[in-house]
Design a protein around this ligand. Structure first.
Ligand code: OGA
Ligand code: MN
Length: 204
């Protein structure tokens, strides 16, 4: 089954990840699908379905707004057509990453995230100390007409490279190696919406 993923994007994504450990695609999915995902995220936020995100995992999970201030809801298959199309595209990407890098990526977990104005996520790595399954991080942004002076950049600290800011512009997908790239979310002056997720290996 073909998905919404344009196969022409795969070679540049694979080259970027191989050469620098991250990749930015500015037009990852058709605009109509991106808009449907944004409106679904907003709807869920309005009905109160997004909950304050935790930090850590299992018993160490704690809501600490000093560290991260976003509200999230995990995606589940079969709830919403646009979300299912997104998951199908990410699954096609997972297969392509496995073919290129032999990463053994077994699944993809993803949540909607909404950062209210002024909230942020302090500098961190996405791989947990006690669970090393998260291998490739993927953030897909859902904000129409984002302006640089509205803040909200994802700031990347590539080891040995230059600090880089990525604006959370609608349609942009940012991929990076979860264990290697420290990053932080800067505060913004408007709501900041995304679908954030992780391709995971099987537990060893
Ligand atoms: C995260 C994260 C980045 C972003 O949720 O772990 O770093 O740009 N998100 O939202
Ligand atoms: Mn992160």
């Amino acid at each position: 089954m073909p998905t919404d993923l344009d196969p022409q994007l795969l070679p540049p994504i694979i080259d970027d990840l191989a050469l620098q450990g991250w990749s930015r695609q500015e037009h990852f999915l058709p605009d109509s699908l991106t808009r449907e995902l944004a409106s679904e995220c907003r709807k869920r936020a309005e009905k109160g379905a997004l909950a304050p995100a935790g930090v850590g995992r299992g018993e160490a999970l704690a809501v600490r707004e000093g560290i991260r201030g976003d509200r999230i809801q995990w995606l589940e298959a079969g709830q919403h057509a646009a979300c299912d199309r997104y998951l199908a595209a990410m699954d096609e990407l997972r297969a392509a990453l496995n073919q290129a890098f032999f990463l053994g990526l077994a699944d993809y977990e993803s949540h909607f995230a909404l950062y209210p104005p002024g909230s942020f996520y302090q500098k961190h790595l996405d791989r947990f100390r006690d669970d090393d399954r998260r291998t490739v991080s993927a953030v897909f942004y859902l904000n129409q007409a984002w302006q640089a002076d509205q803040g909200g950049a994802l700031r990347l600290y590539p080891p040995g490279g230059e600090v880089l800011d990525v604006l959370p512009q609608s349609g942009t997908l940012l991929l990076f190696m979860s264990a290697e790239l420290p990053h932080e979310v800067l505060p913004a002056s408007r709501d900041r919406l995304s679908l954030t997720g992780w391709f995971r290996r099987r537990a060893l």
